[in-house]
Design a protein around this ligand. Sequence first.
Ligand code: SF4
Length: 103
Amino acid sequence: MKDKIYTDIICKEFCKYYKEGKEELHCNGYEILRNNLTPYELKMLVGSLKCGDEIKNHIPAKNKKLINLVCKRCDFFIDGCDYTDNRSEPPCGGYIIINLLCG
Ligand code: SF4
């Protein structure tokens, strides 16, 4: 289940797939950020990125290390993530944030 405070930062601001009311669904990027950062820390880090709304539609280059770390434990990895399948769509918000912070 999602936490509203994290959902507001990760999903509403960074994820093109976010749909209100689907609060039981979340990717492993979300899980990693929620488990390792307080809402305050996450807000501060994300604030320093200075991204526009277009970041939701940006398709980053494949990053093997991040895919191993973040995606391979994600429920969407096997069947349902067009980013990891063939990069035809952008990744989820959690992956985008981690990629920006680690890139
Ligand atoms: S990019 Fe896809 S597989 Fe990776 S964490 Fe996000 S939804 Fe899951």
